[in-house]
Design a protein around this ligand. Structure first.
Ligand code: SAH
Length: 258
């Protein structure tokens, strides 16, 4: 039997229309779709009839399938000659563990491709009317995970470099850690008045955006009960939202060409 193939596909950040054309083609051809929790389930409607749909979701702190099981699953299904899509939220290479899965596939001699997706740290701000770069405000951008490792004494973030060298910073998985993020950035030289935003469920109909300053962001998050998934965005570009917010007046269900 010929070996199948695995496609490690980015589903985009939430709005199902933000998957790539190539990603959609993979979905429609797949025999097996192994999908994560943050993937918009509407996308599964594009699977061909009879395709096997496997939830690999990870609730924070819980694991439906542990990573090694997912790796094995991909290998085994491909060895059966099947076309497998591993569907991940946003871009698979941004905090998506694609490296671990691709490594296992490479070791096992399974053909695979990576299909990039639109990552939440760029798309959620865009839908909130905040371009992550701007000629007048920001010429650098960093994507950072703020996953609470410092509580275990494992804070690997170079706060000084971030605070002093980067104009716009997008923190993923940062809501639970907001106090630490804001304190560290201010301690290492970011102005307490730096504009900051929280964007929850970005690019979906449930998107909420809260604007503040670095010094007040944690308080705002508490007041508005912001929870994950959310992007914490820090930088002068946040002030652009006032002029170019657009999403709140758009109906996502409508066709693009009106
Ligand atoms: N691979 C994904 C990121 C996975 S890590 C990507 O490229 O977007 C999960 C984190 O991504 C969440 O905790 C949150 O910080 C962020 N995230 C994912 N989807 C989001 C969304 N629709 N709105 C805001 N943040 C989101």
């Amino acid at each position: 039997m010929t070996t199948g193939k695995v496609f490690l596909v980015g589903a985009g950040p939430g709005d199902p229309k933000l998957i790539t054309v190539k990603g959609m083609e993979c979905l429609q051809k797949a025999d097996v779709i192994a999908y994560d929790r943050l993937v918009n389930k509407e996308l599964l409607a594009y699977a061909k009839p009879g395709a096997e749909l496997i939830f690999c979701g990870k609730l924070p702190g819980k694991h439906a399938l542990i990573q090694e099981q997912i790796n094995r699953l991909l290998v085994e299904k491909a060895e059966q000659g099947l076309i497998v899509v591993r569907l991940k939220g946003g871009d698979p290479c941004v905090f998506g563990r694609v490296g671990e899965e691709a490594e296992e596939l490479a070791i096992s001699g399974i053909p695979f491709e990576i299909v990039p997706g639109i990552t939440a740290g760029i798309a959620a701000p865009a839908y909130a009317g905040i371009p992550i770069t701007h000629r007048d405000h920001a010429s650098s951008f960093a994507i950072v995970t703020a996953h609470g490792r410092e509580q275990k004494g494992e804070d690997h973030i170079n706060w000084q470099a971030l605070a002093q060298g980067i104009d716009t910073i997008a923190f993923y998985m940062g809501v639970g850690n907001l106090a630490h993020i804001c304190t560290q950035l201010i301690r290492h030289g970011k102005k307490p008045s730096t504009p900051a935003a929280l964007i929850e469920w970005g690019t979906t109909a449930e998107q909420r955006t809260v604007i503040g300053e670095l010094s007040s962001l944690e308080q705002k998050a508490k007041e508005c009960h912001i929870s994950n998934p959310a992007i914490v965005l820090i930088g002068e570009v946040v002030q652009l939202r006032e002029k170019i917010s657009w999403f709140e007046s758009v109906n996502l269900q409508q066709p693009i060409i009106l």
